[in-house]
Design a protein. Structure first.
Length: 61
């Protein structure tokens, strides 16, 4: 069975946010508004998304 995937798109800037939120975006593979990445749906990725949920949009694939 194939693993579920999440499509994560950055919709707001990390400028003026806490340092760790910017580093979390980088760890997810983001960094610029409009950039989109596909990540495996697991607990660690969900935790990172929760930390920056106000900066990203998430779509389940």
């Amino acid at each position: 069975m194939a693993e579920k995937t999440l499509r994560i798109t950055q919709v707001k800037s990390a400028i003026g946010r806490k340092y760790d939120q910017g580093r979390t975006l980088k760890a997810l593979g983001l960094g610029k508004i409009g950039r989109t990445v596909d990540q495996v749906d697991n607990e660690s990725v969900r935790g990172m998304i929760f930390k920056v949920k106000h900066l990203v949009e998430v779509e389940e694939l």
